[in-house]
Design a protein around this ligand. Structure first.
Ligand SMILES: [Fe+2]
Length: 386
């Protein structure tokens, strides 16, 4: 690979982080043998800077980079960096396509995450690599944990810029752990209510042809119909779809709009879940959920209050407490304010990769102009990296 360093390396290399700004010596324990720097810290940082930025060294091939991150992951270094920072931005990697991104992400040694009931359409492009949310460029994606509205969510999320936007298009990230801590200081009664009641989400999946890509959302067949054959009758299709939904033990569902033109019907799935979950690696509590994104979407669509119907008459409520009672808007406004105060905006250069500890970090998307293409790769924890 040609030299692809885009940022001037600074003196702090990954294996000398122990000497910089109070970072723990445990960062460097397994990585002290002399070697040309593969990844360099790009700027001064503190123990919890968000994200930690690392840039590729000079003349490092993709194979060498992959071997290095594989070792950093298996020795626990990546995990320790994530425990402190929550997110790592790999700059100047120069990855040219989905296949190269896949090789890089696979090198960390984690297990591919299987989507179950994904409400957002993604197109698969390489091993465990798909397009990120394909929504329109004018529409922000509000802060959320990936699959925070499901009991089945990935431990790690990579984003890769196949092409960068002309303007905007940043990925905002904020700490779910810090958000919990700030809410505990400022409105502990909200956290008490959340812990006691949990939250309820609803997701609507229209019955559309499997190949329909007219909306960024998914349909019944795209989300839950992978076992359904074109030759299956309605009852068989429905039972296969329900078997797939049952894989999420917290889900309930109902079929709607059944008619002679739509014998299967559209599907509405409900999830009752905790909104606060323990971040195992640090033992800290995290505000892990999709409450804020649901709230801001409902606010945008003027569906914050009963009967929660948008202009087209569709039921689009914010997240509710699991007993069906509303979450007070002032609590959610405070949460939005804290996110805005604590978030970082990640700007994209083509070839860069952002790695998130999904449990610890929420992400979103800013509107953009130009040809922004982000790919995503989702992974579960492997036994070795725990
Ligand atoms: Fe997401």
């Amino acid at each position: 690979m040609a030299e692809i360093v885009t940022q001037k390396p600074v003196s702090a290399t990954l294996h000398s982080l122990t000497h910089v700004d109070g970072l723990p010596s445990s960062y460097a324990r397994e990585n002290t043998r002399p070697e040309p720097a593969v990844l360099n810290a790009t700027k001064s940082y503190s123990l919890d800077s968000l994200p930690l930025e690392l840039a590729l060294g000079k003349n490092v091939s993709l194979d060498h980079l992959s071997d290095t991150v594989s070792r950093y992951s298996s020795t626990g270094l990546i995990r320790r960096l994530l425990n402190n920072h929550g997110a790592i931005l790999f700059k100047g990697l120069g990855l040219k396509n989905a296949t190269e991104f896949s090789q890089f992400a696979t090198a960390f040694g984690w297990l591919p995450h299987e989507d179950i009931g994904n409400p957002v359409r993604r197109t698969v492009l390489a091993h465990n690599v798909a397009t990120a949310n394909e929504g329109p460029n004018t529409q922000p994606v509000y802060p959320h944990n990936e699959f925070g509205l499901s009991p089945h969510y990935p431990a790690y999320v990579f984003f890769y810029a196949l092409s960068a936007p002309e303007t905007g298009g940043e990925t905002p990230i904020n700490s779910s752990i810090k958000l919990y801590e700030r809410l505990e200081e400022e409105i502990p009664e909200f956290l008490t209510a959340l812990e006691e009641k949990g939250v309820r989400y609803q997701l609507f999946f229209p019955n559309r042809p499997r190949e329909d890509v007219s909306s960024p959302g998914t349909s019944v067949f795209q989300s839950y119909g992978k076992a359904v054959l074109d030759t299956d009758d309605t009852e068989t299709a429905r039972s296969k779809i329900e078997a797939e939904i049952r894989r999420l033990p917290t889900a309930t569902w109902q079929w709607e709009n059944q008619s002679s033109e739509n014998p299967l019907g559209d599907l509405r799935v409900f999830q009752k879940l905790p909104a606060i979950r323990l971040h195992e690696q640090t033992g800290k509590k995290a505000f892990f959920n999709n409450i804020i994104s649901r709230y801001l979407n409902a606010k945008n669509n003027q569906t914050l209050d009963p009967p929660y119907l948008n202009k087209e008459g569709a039921y689009q409520p914010p997240a509710l407490y699991a007993d069906g009672s509303p979450i007070p808007h002032e609590y959610l406004e405070k949460a939005v304010q804290i996110v805005e105060e604590t978030r970082s905006l990640v700007s994209w250069t083509a070839g860069d990769v952002l790695l998130l500890d999904n449990h610890a970090i929420q992400h979103g998307r800013e509107p953009w102009t130009g040809d922004r293409k982000l790919l995503a790769s989702l992974w579960d924890e492997s036994k070795q990296s725990k």
